[in-house]
Design a protein. Structure first.
Length: 93
């Protein structure tokens, strides 16, 4: 597959939301960014090295005052997950 075909394939995946977005770092930028991608229809894998943060997110909890737990729980039901398993990067794109 040449570069042009690959780019078209990526564009088609994005347009059809058949694309998993990977976000590195689940802090003040990463969590809201992950939630927004999820809200518009993408499955999202959030990567971090902080196991307590990962556990909290995957349990539908939030550590930010401006983000409702219901928002995190809804995102999880739509395919959002947090992990420290960086081998899952291969599932994105």
């Amino acid at each position: 597959m040449n570069k042009r075909e690959r780019n078209k394939s990526i564009q088609e995946k994005i347009s059809s939301k058949d694309f998993i977005v990977g976000i590195f770092g689940l802090g003040y930028v990463g969590v809201p960014l992950s939630l927004r991608f999820n809200q518009v229809g993408f499955k999202v894998i959030g990567f971090d090295i902080d196991e307590s943060k990962i556990k909290s997110i995957n349990e539908g909890k939030t550590f930010f005052r401006h983000i409702d737990e219901s928002t995190v729980q809804e995102a999880i039901s739509k395919g959002f997950m947090a992990t420290s398993d960086f081998s899952l990067v291969s599932k994105t794109l």
